[in-house]
Design a protein around this ligand. Structure first.
Ligand SMILES: [Zn+2]
Length: 137
């Protein structure tokens, strides 16, 4: 079941505040409105666990819901993640939200590679696996 989640929203707002390049997502002036959701179902795609994803809301649903994007965190995998990788995960999802000031358009930015180049540069390609290993150790 999908539910709006205040903890995930607080995490999103905190990560937005931390990164200057996400200033266009700052509440309440943000032209791209984000709903933060939690799903208690585990999710996988092509055999890999999906920890979170970002979805662009259709025009009809934008009118109905007042949101342009939905960021969802999935299942027990995110419940078990410590704060640091959760923040990187949120940063990753927020990088999917594109905004063009001239046209006031919001769009979904696809991955540069498997992850965003910026995240790999800063945290390494295997940041999530490393965090999980540290957690298990
Ligand atoms: Zn992604």
């Amino acid at each position: 079941m999908y539910v709006l989640n205040d903890e995930i929203r607080a995490l999103g707002e905190s990560v937005i505040a931390e990164h200057e390049e996400l200033a266009h997502l700052k509440h309440p002036v943000a032209p791209c409105r984000i709903a933060y959701m939690y799903s208690d179902k585990d999710k996988s795609h092509r055999g890999r666990t999906v920890y979170a994803d970002t979805t662009k809301v259709s025009e009809m649903m934008q009118a109905l819901t007042g949101y342009d994007f939905v960021i969802t965190f999935y299942g027990h995998v995110v419940d078990d993640l410590p704060e640091a990788p959760l923040r990187i995960l949120m940063y990753h999802e927020l990088l999917h939200v594109g905004y063009e000031p001239e046209t006031a358009k919001c769009w979904l930015i696809p991955h540069d590679v498997e992850d965003f180049e910026r995240i790999i540069t800063r945290y390494g390609l295997y940041w999530l696996e490393e965090a999980q290993q540290k957690q298990e150790a």
